[in-house]
Design a protein. Structure first.
Lengths: 108, 108
C-alpha cells in the first residue's frame, strides 16, 4: 500500500517536473534567439565574444535572485556558467563564419 | 553613430536576456522543490536515486520540444543532463543523510 502511494506520488511530481521542463526549454529557446542577435551584432561590429564585466554582473544578480527564490545560489551560478559557455561557443562560431565569409569576398 | 546604435541594441537585448534569466531561475527553483520531494520519497522507500528509463524518456521528450521551439536539441539534451546530474547528486546526499540518521538511531 505504501509502495502504491509512493508510486502515485512519484508520478504526480514527475508530471510537474515535465511541465516545468517544457517551460524551461521554451524560455531557453527565446534566450538563444536573443544571444544569436547579440552574436551577430558583436561579429558585425568587431566586439569580442566574451565580456567578463557583463558576466560578473549576471552572476551577482542571479545569485541574489536564486537566494530570494529559495534556490541554491551555487546551482544558479553553475547554470549560468553552463549557458554562457554555450553562448560564447556559439558567438565564436558566428565570428569565424563571418571572418571566413569576408576572407572569401576579399579573394574574389 | 553605428557604434552608438550597436551599443543601444546590445543593451536592449541584454535587458531581455536578464528578464528571461530571472524567469529561468524562478522555474529552476520550482523544479528543485519538486525533485527534493522526489529525493525524499526515494530515500524513504529505498528507490535508487537514478532512473535510466525515466531519463531516456525525458531526453526524447525535451529534444522534440526543443526542435518545435527552434532550439538546438543537442543543447536541450546537454541542459537536461546538467540538471539531472545536479538532482542525482542531491538525491545521493539525501539518501546518505537518511542512512546516517537511521544508523545513529539504531546505535542509540
Amino acid at each position: 500500500m505504501i509502495d502504491e502511494k509512493a508510486t502515485e506520488e512519484l508520478a504526480r511530481l514527475r508530471r510537474s517536473i515535465d511541465n516545468i521542463d517544457a517551460a524551461l526549454v521554451h524560455l531557453l529557446a527565446e534566450r538563444f534567439k536573443c544571444t544569436q542577435q547579440v552574436g551577430a551584432l558583436k561579429a558585425l561590429t568587431g566586439m569580442p565574444p566574451a565580456d567578463k564585466n557583463r558576466e560578473r554582473d549576471q552572476i551577482a544578480r542571479l545569485r541574489t535572485l536564486a537566494t530570494d527564490a529559495g534556490l541554491d545560489p551555487v546551482l544558479a551560478e553553475k547554470f549560468l556558467a553552463f549557458v554562457i559557455a554555450e553562448v560564447i561557443h556559439h558567438h565564436e562560431r558566428i565570428a569565424e563564419a563571418s571572418n571566413a565569409a569576408s576572407g572569401r569576398s576579399r579573394q574574389t
